[in-house]
Ligand binder design. Sequence first.
Ligand code: URA
Length: 235
Amino acid sequence: MKLRLDKYLSESMPGTRSEVKKAVRKGMVQVNGHTVQKPEYHVDTENDQVLFAGKRVVYAEYEYYMLNKPSGVISASTDPREPCVVDLITEPKRKDLFPVGRLDRDAEGLLLITNDGGLAHRLLSPKKHVDKVYYARVRGQATQRDVEAFRQGVDIGEEKPALPAGLHILDSGEVSEVKVTVREGKFHQVKRMFQAVGKEVLYLKRLQMGTLVLDETLKPGEYRTLNRNELDKLC
Ligand code: URA
């Protein structure tokens, strides 16, 4: 792909486009061993070698990270007051990363972080019906009646009931452990579904989104890039 030099640089390293332009004009950038002082110069993202102040700058059109979101962090790109999930990606190449879908501040687990808007749309569009699987601990005894209610679609206070969802009881007691599979991503979806059957979610963790499964070797707060196989399946 051919790209203006200032765009290539501003999308690949810290600094605004105008700061980058100034640096190019000052002669701080080399393309294939030659100093280039024109920000409008076009580089080939696959074949040209770009150096800024002597250091290689590699262009990545898209980046994909799997994060095990910890509790206490909000699902946003930036926030002036709160720590955000994108802040946990410590060496991003891109500045336009965002989380695909939200997890509540107190929820943990799988969060895809990318700058690929097309993929995000395909995963989040209600029409695409992408399954999301959660592990939850809930206060109260989970029963077959709950399973049936989820299968039918519970009333979560919206115009229409929630879409049919899968509820698998792992352990039932004063506190029950369950796996829930939902196709929607409404605000507090799982918590409201349990509220509808008289139970409170005490802990919530997303395990899967479509074909993407949380890598359980990632501790809360840790992340890694998606591998080829995961990307092929998602895309
Ligand atoms: N459902 C919830 O209630 N919370 C989440 O974070 C995700 C799904």
